[in-house]
Write a protein that binds this ligand. Structure first.
Ligand code: PEP
Ligand code: MN
Length: 264
């Protein structure tokens, strides 16, 4: 179903009125995790002023350690809903358990499946059957293109055709960076499928200063959007502070990316 051979035109996915794919760039910004209402609303307003068209925030967090902050859960989703009321920005948030699909259908506009759940086939099937919102499927930590596309296929074959793919860096022998951004994924996914592909340079590099150059490269390579972690106080973030941009840096990045868009 994802195969370009049977669907030559690019798919354009509507996320609560924001189009993703074709000529439309999804600009998703926000904190790794929802930490408080004040935090999310402040970041949402600054991200919107910078030009973002969607707000991200993790309420359910897939942390490597069970002792790390696990997210605010349902309360976090309600904070995102409040931020949407203030700013109008559609909400992107990660779903980890099928138990919450109906709640996400009510509160979230783009349902993220994280890298660690990319091959949780039971979750993918339930999302295909029961999730009424578009799905953002992140690439697994060591997933091949074929495995990643097949995971999209699970969701689509189960009844939800609205899948957006997200490259977020893959594991390599390099340890200086958190992961290695695979920019080749953009032309490869576009050749093999008709689905939009967005890039998450924050989780790829793991360092804030890598975000801008990689975002520019991704736009130049033809991605359909960028998902970037933005935090008002990265030094004190409960999760992923070192890779988060302050709002002023994010504003600067979008200006730079706009310049590339004109050149391309
Ligand atoms: C995230 O986007 O917050 C996240 C946990 O990303 P990934 O699943 O790519 O690690
Ligand atoms: Mn994160």
């Amino acid at each position: 179903l994802a195969n370009r051979a049977f669907h030559p035109e690019d798919s354009i996915i509507d996320v609560d009125g924001v189009k993703v794919g074709g000529d439309h760039l999804a600009l998703i910004a926000g904190p790794c995790s929802v930490e408080s209402k004040e935090q999310v609303i402040a970041i949402a307003k600054e991200a919107k002023a910078a030009g973002a068209n969607m707000l991200r925030g993790g309420a359910f967090k897939p942390r490597t350690s069970p002792y790390a902050f696990q997210g605010m859960g349902t309360e976090g989703l309600d904070i995102l809903v409040a931020a949407k009321k203030e700013t109008g920005l559609p909400i992107v948030s990660e779903l980890m358990s099928a138990d919450y699909i109906e709640e996400f259908n009510e509160k979230v506009d783009l349902v993220q499946i994280g890298a660690r759940n990319m091959q949780n086939f039971d979750l993918l099937k339930e999302v295909g059957k029961r999730c009424t919102k578009p799905v953002l499927l992140k690439r697994g930590l060591s997933a091949t293109y074929e495995e990643w596309i097949m995971s999209a296929e699970y969701i689509m074959a189960s009844g939800n055709p609205n899948v957006i793919l997200c490259e977020r860096g893959v594991r390599t022998y390099e340890t200086y960076t958190r992961n290695t951004l695979d920019l080749q994924a953009i032309p490869v996914i576009k050749r093999l499928t008709h689905l939009p592909i967005i890039i998450d340079p924050s989780h790829a590099g793991g360092k804030w200063w890598l975000v801008e150059p990689m975002a520019k490269a991704a736009v130049a390579a033809g991605c359909d959007g960028l998902m970037i972690e933005v935090h008002n106080d990265p030094e004190h973030a409960l999760c992923d502070g070192p890779q988060s941009l302050k709002p002023a840096k994010y504003t600067e990045l979008l200006k730079q990316v706009g310049a590339i868009g004109e050149i391309v």
